[in-house]
Design a protein around this ligand. Structure first.
Ligand code: E4P
Length: 217
């Protein structure tokens, strides 16, 4: 299972990268705005800064909603760095643009996916990644993890190679449940990754081992 971090915060990206377990980064316009990164030039520079920190794929989202605009933006983003993955919205022109970039050998991430049918279309268009948003489904009393199971089932039926990128992960149990279901990738905040470290018995055990070592020295 790949671990992506869902942030535009360079410090948090560095922290996850330093742990040695980071496989990539996802961003979106809201995450950029949260870090105060505004204006096209600053946003493009920030993507390059992120690529210089991590070794893996970095999703960069287009803001156009028409095919021509997505192609124009996506091609400019792809030029920035070879780690850039073009993130496209799950709308008709987004699927068309996904097929266009797939045919050109450029990686894509179809985002804002909330149903199995949408995920099927993304796979048909050859998306590298499909991003079902589990936390946002949970927010409206719908089982986000069930969507991951349904997509896994459909993709396995036909051998689709599109990777299921469980997005809108909010906490450690989402990560563990996605791993059980077989999501290929998860993307979440640093806290959802760092939280996996924690167990009180680990802390108690370590404290005891260190205390016992001191007794003999
Ligand atoms: C995915 O790529 C999105 O950036 C993200 O996971 C959305 O998460 P949120 O629902 O916590 O905003």
């Amino acid at each position: 299972m790949k671990f992506f971090i869902d942030t535009a915060n360079l410090e948090q990206i560095k922290e996850a990268q330093d742990m040695g377990i980071l496989d990539g980064v996802t961003t979106n316009p809201s995450l950029m705005a949260k870090e105060g990164i505004t204006g096209t030039d600053n946003i493009l520079k920030h993507y390059v800064d992120i690529c210089q920190i991590v070794d893996g794929d970095v999703s960069a989202e287009v803001i156009s909603t028409d095919f021509e605009g997505m192609v124009r933006e996506g091609e400019a983003l792809a030029e920035l760095h070879d780690q850039i993955v073009i993130k496209l919205p799950m709308i008709k022109d987004g699927i068309k643009a996904c097929k266009y970039f797939t045919d050109k050998g450029i990686k894509t991430n179809v985002t804002l996916v909330f149903s199995p049918g949408q995920a099927l279309l993304a796979a048909k268009a050859g998306a590298t990644y499909v991003s079902p948003f589990i936390g946002r489904l949970d927010d409206i009393s719908t089982d986000g993890l069930n969507l991951i199971s349904e997509i896994r089932h459909i993709y396995d039926n036909y051998g689709f190679e599109t990777q299921i990128l469980a997005a809108s992960v909010r906490h450690t149990m989402h990560v563990i449940d996605c791993a059980k279901i077989g999501a290929d990738v998860m993307t979440g905040p640093l806290s959802s990754i760092a939280g996996l470290l924690k167990h009180p018995l680990t802390d108690i055990g370590l404290e005891k081992f260190l205390a016992d070592y001191k007794k003999g020295n």
